[in-house]
Write a protein that binds this ligand. Structure first.
Ligand code: 13P
Length: 251
């Protein structure tokens, strides 16, 4: 079973085109030689062309932070798979907790977005994770089960599926799940994937997200079912992101 570590930066609503291109340039200049993990950044839609241009021909892939399921039409504010592919995007983030919390994203729309991305040939990075209230109420396992199964409904091409476990209480708070806590949920997700896809589940990457940084990444990435990171804050500074790439290379 080979699962290449994936180190992904979710820039959220940060960086202009020029700033994004500069960050990519700094990361490229600092990449270690030798084995690298897969490296991916998710810039805001409007800055994608500049970031794609800066990353062209390099080891850095570019994803979008969301995607709509329709091919085109009256969906103000949304962006289609064709538009993303046309801009050089290879991945789409789907169901990030900030979209679920602030923009009315539901399990059903997450599924529609993921299915459309995958059938268009994009890799869907599907986010799941419990809130603090859900964890404290002992609902973590049931939330993860519901979100994961619903997001994957009707999806059969597992080569384009990546799951990101992002406990909402750990995002941007500086609180990280301990490696054991994270591994417990990642193992649960792996079991769901096995139930859905059998042996193909072994090659699906499950990323951890939530205050991952250079100091805690090696321990997290040492866990058997943690196959990379989806990093917010620490992906915005080249030295930190490079240290995470290095941790990915060494994991
Ligand atoms: P932080 O790394 O800033 O906690 O963000 C995690 C995240 O939401 C990545 O998608």
């Amino acid at each position: 079973m080979s699962r290449r570590i994936l180190i992904a930066g979710n820039w959220k609503m940060n960086k202009t085109s020029a700033e994004g291109a500069t960050l990519v340039g700094e990361v490229l200049a600092g990449l270690p030689s030798g084995n690298l993990p897969e490296i991916l950044v998710f810039p805001p839609y409007l800055t994608i062309p500049a970031v794609v241009a800066a990353a062209k021909g390099s080891a850095i892939e570019v994803g979008a932070e969301n995607v709509h399921w329709a091919e085109s039409g009256a969906f103000t504010g949304e962006v289609s798979t064709a538009m993303l592919k046309d801009a050089g995007v290879t991945h789409a983030l789907v169901g990030h907790s900030e979209r679920r919390q602030y923009f009315g994203e539901t399990d059903e729309t997450v599924n529609k977005r993921a299915a459309a991305a995958i059938s268009a040939g994009l890799v869907a990075v599907i986010c799941v994770g419990e809130t603090l209230a859900e964890r404290e109420a002992g609902e973590t396992a049931s939330v993860i089960d519901r979100q994961t199964r619903k997001a994957l409904e009707g999806i059969s091409d597992t080569s384009r599926v990546v799951i990101a476990y992002e406990p909402v209480w750990a995002i941007g708070t500086g609180k990280t799940a301990t490696p054991d806590m994270a591994q417990e949920v990642h193992a649960q997700i792996r079991a769901i994937l096995k139930d859905l896809y059998g042996d193909a589940a072994d090659s699906i990457r499950i990323l951890y997200g939530g205050s991952m940084k250079p100091a805690n990444a090696p321990e997290l990435l040492a866990k058997p079912d943690i196959n990379g990171g989806l990093i917010g804050g620490a992906s915005l500074k080249a030295p930190d992101f490079l240290a995470l790439v290095k941790a990915g290379a060494e994991a």
